[in-house]
Design a binder for this molecule. Sequence first.
Ligand SMILES: Nc1nc2c(ncn2[C@@H]2O[C@H](COP(=O)(O)OP(=O)(O)O)[C@@H](O)[C@H]2O)c(=O)[nH]1
Ligand SMILES: [Mg+2]
Length: 441
Amino acid sequence: MFEDLTTKLEGIFKKLRGRGKLTESNIKDALKEVRRALLEADVNYKVVKDFIDQVQEKSIGQEVLRSITPGQQIIKVVHEELIGLLGKIRVEVNFSQKPPTIFMLVGLQGSGKTTACGKLARYYRKKGRFPLLVAADVYRPAAVDQLKILGKSLDLPVFSSNKNPVKICEDSIDQAKKDGRDLVIIDTAGRLHIDEPLMQELLDIKKDISPQEIILVADAMTGQDAVNIAKTFEERIGLDGVFLTKMDGDARGGAALSIRAVTGRPIKFVGTGEKLDALEMFYPDRMASRILGMGDVVSLVEKAEETISLEEAEKLERKLRKEAFTFEDFYNQLQQIKKMGPLDSILGMIPGMGGNVMKGLRIDDGAMVRVEAMINSMTKEERLKPHIIDGSRRKRIAKGSGTSVQDVNKLLKQFFMMQKMIKNLGKMDFRKFGKGLFSFR
Ligand SMILES: Nc1nc2c(ncn2[C@@H]2O[C@H](COP(=O)(O)OP(=O)(O)O)[C@@H](O)[C@H]2O)c(=O)[nH]1
Ligand SMILES: [Mg+2]
């Protein structure tokens, strides 16, 4: 299923995955290739166009999570869009509150309708239902026999009679009620092509028995034809779901990708072989992962998204590293220190900062008052950009604060020491300490 498409997509994304940075033209080139791969897989061109537009819009200018590469992130976008294209979430079949539930299978001759009836009967019996198969394809005697053989192999009853299809269906429901069968699966007639009498017959049956599920059985190998057939059936009869058969072949399976987008009706089942156990429930996300052949990348990106809070922590860290420690901060620290005790004991609490490192920084209360006075004598600009404090500014500050130039020199020396330390602090891996550390600043 989708082997060709998957191989192609894998090749395209492999090229992207290696890159640390993606430019707009990288993305565009890659998407051009994705576009071609989808078209070659027989996905409807309009569907492809919308799809690529969406992916492009979402990929370009998107902020790339740090722990993954841009290429991986694009794969995630493609994956998400693919899921959307396939219908987002699985749509379950409807069961009637009042038994029996009726499934009416419709579709062209050879699409795999009779086989699909057998598959569904087998599947739902395993789920605890009691199916009754109904042979309403009266135009080909062989069709009735085929269903009977299927029923026999499953050890399930098959209802048939020589009345008209509407009456057969009606009677089969009475029979089901009588026999305590809670799931009636009707194999309707097919034609080689859609024609008016067929549509009318199906509409008559629908009107008469109001099935819970009208399921179109569509042959995925027929490519775009399957899409067009689905569209017509949806418009004429109305569909509750689609059963895509022969998805085990790879030829033109891409058509399957278009059915949901073109008809708006959900794919519910996938047939992957002639045997009755070759049935899969259709899940958009699982199918998308399978098509991309890279569930690993998708889950990697999901993980990265989960840890988005970590990313935020990293942002804070970067900001911290960039941020210059200013006299404003210094002043604030001093106020804190006044409340909390000696500077060295505070810094000592930070891993790697204890011991002798801080010795020269002890400031006594008298010194503290002078430091405050000096900082108060600084202009705002000087406080924020201490490196501009040259000789004449130092003189002015000393004069204004009633201290000496030596005092100002000493303060600046201490300040620059502290600034360097704070910078080193920023280089540490803050994530190790958790968020508590940020509140320190
Ligand atoms: N490979 C493959 N063949 C299938 C699948 N479903 C049905 N077939 C085959 O398709 C042919 C037509 O199937 P049938 O159920 O008779 O189609 P109907 O005319 O619509 O009732 C048969 O040979 C089936 O074995 C499938 O999922 N995969
Ligand atoms: Mg048949």
